[in-house]
Design a binder for this molecule. Structure first.
Ligand SMILES: [Mg+2]
Length: 392
């Protein structure tokens, strides 16, 4: 054998010895076929009027990926429109499935149809994680951190100044030094709303001190002139952001606040998909993007929104409607891209009621779940009955 041939033979043999075990590990295990997609309504064993709907994406191997709890409108679209598109396909082919869902209806761009896609997408990620035996944040390239900071979102708490002061102190002392309070009353509310909002905010800053992060959510209740006036009056209070001052379609209103208000502006929980977020980024309307994985197109879409926002140097702090899905995405992103999660303290117990694991932040942080998939199943001990929702 010539020397050059001998050397190449040795090289090939070495490469083959090295590659063989790697190839064995790297081989596709084949498709994970979707056997069925069911929308199930669970009834509480303690209260027959208390119910929640979830979507179950079931593999041929018997794994169940969960999405929800759902609005009834999502459940209808999933059962009628999305299930027929997906059954029999490979649950691992996430991009392909998302695209199929998106292309399955001309009205899929936004609203309940996109929210239905979002729920199925989350269920599919849960299924994939269970199949591979890894938490979803690992499938997404994380974890970047072992615990994720949250801000306390105070929707549902009393906003009378004395009550709010007491609650704010209690949460601060429990380690939640970033708090968002809801000041929905705007120009259409009573004539005293402006002064009431100012008084509440001054009370909170006075109670929490200069090191607390303080945010305001207007829930579409204001208009641009009201928001600008408010921003100027509270300039000394060092707000971290003013959120959703006007309706999402009113991009011009956001532009006025950005131009004249002098405070950071947040929004995006009601934006569907990367295309709607892009419109805001192109016009530099937001300092924080708050897309919600349960509404914007699921985990698959929120990851893309993170990439898009990173290019524009705008951090993503996801809206907390599905805290599990938000957590997995944030845990997979660099801190500068997705620094923290929102935790809605008043609503999360109900949202997680039927689940066998729940997320509860401690001292301002959520420790990452370790279970495969999203991290919870339905707690059978809480369920009196289950009923499959079928479209008429
Ligand atoms: Mg909000």
């Amino acid at each position: 054998m010539q020397r050059s041939h001998f050397l190449s033979h040795i090289a090939l043999a070495s490469a083959s010895a090295f590659l063989r075990p790697w190839a064995a590990f790297g081989q596709s295990q084949g498709p994970v076929k979707i056997a069925s997609i069911r929308v199930i309504e669970f009834t509480d064993v303690a209260d027959a009027q208390h119910r929640s709907q979830y979507v179950e994406v079931v593999s041929e191997t018997g794994l169940i990926g969960l999405g929800g709890p759902l609005y009834a409108e999502q459940g209808y679209i999933i059962a009628k429109d999305l299930a027929p598109v997906l059954i029999g396909r490979d649950a691992m082919a996430g991009e392909a499935l998302w695209d199929l869902m998106k292309l399955s209806d001309r009205h899929s761009r936004a609203g309940f149809y996109m929210m239905a896609i979002s729920a199925v997408d989350i269920a599919l990620w849960d299924l994939r994680g269970q199949h591979l035996g890894r938490p979803v944040y690992e499938l997404l390239g994380g974890p970047v951190r072992e615990k994720i900071p949250v801000y306390a979102s105070m929707l549902g708490f009393d906003t009378q100044p004395d009550a709010a002061r007491k609650t704010a102190r209690e949460f601060y002392d429990r380690g939640f030094k970033a708090q968002k309070w809801f000041l929905k009353a705007g120009p259409q509310a009573d004539s005293q709303s402006f002064q009431k909002n100012i008084t509440l905010l001054r009370t909170l800053r006075e109670e929490l001190g200069a090191d607390a992060e303080l945010m305001v959510d207007c829930m579409w209740g204001w208009d641009a002139p009201y928001a600008v006036k408010f921003a100027k009056v509270v300039k000394d209070l060092d707000l971290k952001w003013i959120e959703e001052p006007v309706r999402s379609e009113n991009l011009d209103g956001y532009e006025i606040l950005k131009r004249d208000g002098g405070v950071p502006v947040a929004g995006g929980e009601h934006l569907y998909s990367r295309w709607e977020v892009k419109q805001y980024l192109d016009r530099k309307l937001l300092d924080y993007v708050q897309a919600d994985p349960e509404w914007c197109g699921g985990i698959t879409e929120l990851v893309k929104i993170c990439t898009l926002c990173e290019v524009h140097a705008v951090p993503v702090i996801p809206h907390g409607h599905h805290i599990w899905a938000s957590l997995h995405v944030v845990a997979s992103q660099p801190e500068r891209v997705a620094p923290m999660c929102e935790f809605l303290f008043h609503w999360m117990p109900e949202k997680q009621y039927f689940q066998d694991s729940t997320i509860t932040p401690e001292n301002g942080f959520i420790t990452l779940p370790k279970k495969p998939g999203i991290g919870f199943a339905i707690d059978a001990s809480k369920v009196a009955s289950r009923r499959e929702i079928k479209p008429a």
